[in-house]
Design a protein. Structure first.
Length: 357
C-alpha cells in the first residue's frame, strides 16, 4: 500500500486530473501549478526508469534513461510541430541544438566541476568517451552544420533525399554506438570509481515494483507531452513579452526535458561515479539527435512541412567550440575542476548569445 502512495505515483495522477479539468490556460495560478506538475512528472518518469534500469543492470540502465528522455523530447517536438505548422520550422533544430549545448557544456561541465571540487580528480574510461564523442561529432555535423552549406535546396534545408540519407546516417551511427555499449565493448562503460573495470553495484529501489514502474513510466511520459503542448503557448508568450528571441523557447523546453537527467548525472559525479555521469550525458546527447531527427523527418514528410536544420554561423562556431573543448577535456581519462569551469563558461556564452545574438 505504501508503494502506491509514493510521490512518483501520486504526482502523475494529479497531473492527469488537472489536465482533464479544463482550467489550464484560463488562470495564471493554474498554469503555474501545471508547470510544477510537469517538471515533477518528468522526474517521476526518470525515477521509474531508474527502477527498471536497476532490474536490467548497467549499461542498460543509462540507455533506458536516455531513451525515455528522448521519447519525451520527440513527443513534445512532434506535437508542437503538428499543432503549429509553418510557425515551428525551426523548433526541432532549436530544441536539439539547445539540448546538445546543455548536455556538452552544462551537464558535463557541472559534473566535472562538482566532482573536481569534492574529489580533486576523478577517473573514467577514455575509450567509452572516445566512442561516444566520435559518434556525436559526426551526427552533429550531419544534422546541424551541413544543411547550412548544401545547394540542392536554397536555404538551411535538406532536400527530401538528403533528409532520408541523414536520417539513415543518424540511426546507423546511434545503432552502432548502442551495439558497442551493450555488446562489443560493454566493459568500457562499467569502469568503477577506482578505475577497475567492473559493474558498480547499487541497491535497487524497493518500491514501487517493476510492474508498477513500467505502467507509471508510460503514464508520466504521456502527461508530460500533453502538459508541455498545452503550456507551450504560454511559455512562448512570456518569452516574447520580454522581447526575447523565440529561439529561447527551444532552450526552455530542452532545459525542462533534461532537468531530471542532469540531476541524476550531477548526483553520480558527487558520489564519485563520473563514469555513470558521462554515460548518462553523452548517451543522452546521442539519443537526442540520433533518434529525434529521423522521427521529425518522417513527420515533416507526412505533413509536407519544410524543416530548418542548418544553424547560423555563430551557432556553428559555438557548437564546434563545445565539441572541441569536451573532446580535449575527456581525452585523458582523468578530470579536474578547470575543465568544468571552461565548459560552464561555454554554456553561459551560449545562453547570453541566445538572448543577445
Amino acid at each position: 500500500m505504501r508503494s502506491l502512495l509514493h510521490w512518483t505515483i501520486i504526482i502523475p495522477v494529479l497531473a492527469w486530473i488537472l489536465f482533464f479539468s479544463g482550467y489550464i490556460n484560463k488562470h495564471a495560478v493554474v498554469e503555474a501549478v501545471a508547470g510544477i506538475l510537469l517538471i515533477l512528472s518528468v522526474m517521476s518518469a526518470v525515477h521509474h526508469s531508474e527502477i527498471i534500469a536497476h532490474k536490467v543492470g548497467e549499461p542498460y540502465g543509462t540507455i533506458i534513461l536516455a531513451v525515455a528522455i528522448t521519447i519525451i523530447e520527440v513527443s513534445i517536438i512532434v506535437s508542437l510541430m503538428v499543432a503549429g505548422g509553418s510557425e515551428t520550422l525551426t523548433l526541432a533544430r532549436d530544441t536539439v541544438y539547445s539540448a546538445t549545448m546543455l548536455i556538452l557544456n552544462g551537464i558535463v561541465g557541472l559534473c566535472l566541476f562538482i566532482g573536481g571540487l569534492k574529489h580533486h580528480e576523478q577517473t573514467f574510461s577514455k575509450h567509452s568517451v572516445t566512442i561516444a564523442l566520435v559518434s556525436l561529432v559526426s551526427i552533429i555535423v550531419f544534422t546541424m552544420v551541413v544543411p547550412t552549406f548544401t545547394r540542392t535546396v536554397e536555404g538551411p534545408y535538406y532536400s527530401p533525399s538528403q533528409l532520408i540519407f541523414v536520417s539513415f546516417a543518424c540511426l546507423a551511427i546511434y545503432g552502432c554506438f548502442i551495439f558497442a555499449q551493450t555488446i562489443r565493448h560493454k566493459e568500457y562503460y562499467l569502469i568503477s570509481e577506482e578505475g577497475n573495470r567492473g559493474p558498480v553495484e547499487e541497491a535497487a529501489p524497493k518500491n514501487p515494483s517493476l510492474t508498477v514502474s513500467l505502467f507509471f513510466l508510460l503514464v508520466s511520459l504521456i502527461i508530460v507531452v500533453l502538459l508541455a503542448k498545452t503550456l507551450s503557448p504560454t511559455i512562448e508568450k512570456v518569452v516574447l513579452s520580454y522581447n526575447l528571441p523565440k529561439t529561447l523557447v527551444g532552450v526552455i523546453i530542452a532545459g525542462i526535458i533534461l532537468l531530471p537527467e542532469g540531476i541524476a548525472a550531477i548526483n553520480a559525479a558527487w558520489k564519485n561515479k563520473l563514469q555513470t555521469s558521462l554515460n548518462l550525458a553523452l548517451g543522452s546527447a546521442l539519443a537526442s539527435i540520433g533518434l529525434t531527427i529521423p522521427v521529425v523527418a518522417i513527420v515533416s514528410h507526412v505533413y509536407d512541412m519544410k524543416m530548418i536544420l542548418g544553424l547560423d554561423y555563430t551557432s556553428i562556431i559555438l557548437l564546434a567550440l563545445s565539441a572541441f573543448t569536451v573532446m580535449l577535456s575527456l581525452n585523458t581519462g582523468r578530470s579536474n575542476v578547470v575543465y568544468g569551469v571552461v565548459l560552464l563558461v561555454n554554456w553561459m556564452a551560449f545562453i547570453y548569445l541566445t538572448i543577445q545574438p
